[in-house]
Design a protein around this ligand. Structure first.
Ligand SMILES: NC(=O)c1ccc[n+]([C@@H]2O[C@H](COP(=O)([O-])OP(=O)(O)OC[C@H]3O[C@@H](n4cnc5c(N)ncnc54)[C@H](OP(=O)(O)O)[C@@H]3O)[C@@H](O)[C@H]2O)c1
Length: 309
């Protein structure tokens, strides 16, 4: 008997990732309406959540979580780094509540790869959660989404290395390392396809699935930016290995702001024999999930025009 998903709850629905993703997910679900969508938020959170969802508050005790998750089929966690460790208790509560699938807060790099984790040690916390899910596969299933960098958000806020105001590009190791990156709405689409199709839901259990709006390089993005703006951008070379080392030292001394440099150096830097941000060698699930083909130049233009994300 195929599993029909009815009730989906997001955790971290007010975050940088969760906010836009749940909003787009709701627009898809309104069109086809198969889900009741809820959001779990902290007791004292001042987060503003979209209308049209059930908001459930928790103090993160197992009893409160179990009661919050009763009747839910799927938990989608989009907790930030401060909340990653809480997922273990959430999983325990989800098992007690009879939840079928847990989608952990991954949504980025290939945290299952030891070299990626060595370069960005904080990814170890994400890995531990998937290990815990693997150990509990008889009780709850899981799917982890690996989407690389966030394309539209990362371009807008400078994470991809481009300052859209000053037309300045930081090019990590010449900007030639290929990497995967995904638009926020594409992540919503992937989650919607995963949950609304019983065969996708069944087949994609207990695995990492990779998706990408674009497999590209910083140089390709720069070419699109220069073409669209009609300007020659200032190029600032960045040595990936040096950035990685200085960011790691700062991060280990408690500077959480150094995480950005650490992830940038891992994604675009040439740190060793492999380019760690490059997942062209992994199977992509775009087609299986019915994700639209996306055009790099159009996506860059949308961000420059303030139409995305
Ligand atoms: N691939 C990329 O480029 C990329 C970029 C950004 C993020 N991500 C990933 O996306 C996921 C979410 O990241 P984010 O930046 O969106 O997270 P975030 O904004 O830092 O936090 C998301 C939500 O987590 C809850 N939260 C925060 N601190 C908490 C705590 N101490 N205890 C319990 N809950 C807490 C809050 O929800 P409430 O207030 O509702 O409780 C918050 O809105 C992470 O896995 C992150 O690595 C990937």
């Amino acid at each position: 008997m195929p599993t029909q998903i009815k009730n989906v709850i997001f955790i971290g629905a007010s975050g940088d990732l969760g906010g836009p993703v749940i909003t787009h997910f709701l627009s898809l679900h309104n069109a086809q309406a198969p889900f009741t969508v809820s959001a779990l938020t902290r007791q004292n959170s001042t987060a503003i959540l979209p209308s049209g969802i059930n908001v459930i508050r928790t103090d993160y005790t197992i009893a409160s979580l179990e009661s919050a998750l009763k009747g839910q089929d799927v938990v989608i966690s989009m907790l930030g780094y401060d909340g990653i460790h809480l997922q273990k208790t959430i999983i325990d509560a989800a098992i007690k509540a009879g939840v079928k699938r847990f989608i952990p807060s991954e949504f980025g790099s290939r945290t299952y790869d030891d070299k990626v984790r060595d370069a960005v040690p904080i990814f170890g916390g994400k890995r531990q959660i998937v290990e815990y899910l693997k150990a509990n596969e008889g009780k709850i299933s899981w799917t982890a989404v690996i989407n690389g960098a966030l394309f539209d958000l990362g371009l807008k806020v400078g994470f991809l290395g481009f300052d859209l105001q000053s037309h300045r590009a930081k090019l990590f190791d010449a900007g030639t390392v290929p990497f995967g990156a995904t638009n926020l709405h594409t992540i919503s689409h992937a989650l919607f396809s995963l949950l609304s199709s019983p065969s996708n839901f069944a087949d994609l259990q207990n695995k990492y699935i990779h998706i990408a709006s674009h497999m590209t390089t910083q140089q390709e993005i720069l070419a699109a930016l220069e073409k669209i703006t009609g300007k020659t951008w200032e190029k600032v070379p960045v040595n990936g290995r040096e950035l990685s080392q200085t960011s790691l030292e700062k991060f280990q001394k408690g500077d959480s702001g150094a995480l950005t440099g650490l992830i940038q150096a891992m994604t675009w830097g040439k740190l060793g024999d492999e380019n760690l941000g490059d997942f062209r060698g992994e199977k992509l699930y775009n087609e299986r999930l019915g994700l639209p083909k996306e055009d790099l130049e159009a996506d860059v233009a949308a961000v420059l025009e303030g139409k995305a994300p």
